[in-house]
Design a protein around this ligand. Structure first.
Ligand SMILES: [Mg+2]
Length: 119
């Protein structure tokens, strides 16, 4: 069981992610609705893993990834992408993203990716 933080500006996405992750036995220790809030909560709580949406207001997921990886090199960050975000995915890889999951979520695929990142 891991302590996971969900960063996503979509209430629906957060709810779906929480459902899948909790049903896999993980604990959601925090939710954040933009990259800045995600970074601040990461620094405070230091969860085992983060799911990071790419497109968010205030600070997007790429900037938050850079900040978290810059300050916490051992962090594990799984990027949540939508269709047509190839450029953002390349940028995320260059900035240390551990894995990717795409919307709409596939529960089985998501579980596999999470286990891989945590192992
Ligand atoms: Mg979004």
């Amino acid at each position: 069981m891991a302590k996971i933080m969900i960063v996503d500006d979509s209430r629906t996405s957060r709810k779906i992610l929480r459902g899948i992750l909790e049903s896999s036995g993980h604990e959601i220790v925090a939710e954040a609705t933009n990259g800045q809030e995600g970074y601040d909560k990461y620094a405070e709580i230091k969860p085992d893993m983060v799911t990071m949406d790419v497109t968010m207001p205030v600070m997007d997921g790429i900037e938050a990834l850079k900040k978290i990886k810059g300050d916490f090199p051992d962090s594990k960050v799984v990027m949540v992408t939508a269709a047509g975000q190839k450029t953002k995915m390349v940028e995320a890889v260059q900035n240390g993203a551990d894995e990717f999951v795409s919307k709409p979520f596939d529960a089985e695929q998501l579980k596999k990716i999470i286990e891989k990142v945590l192992s």
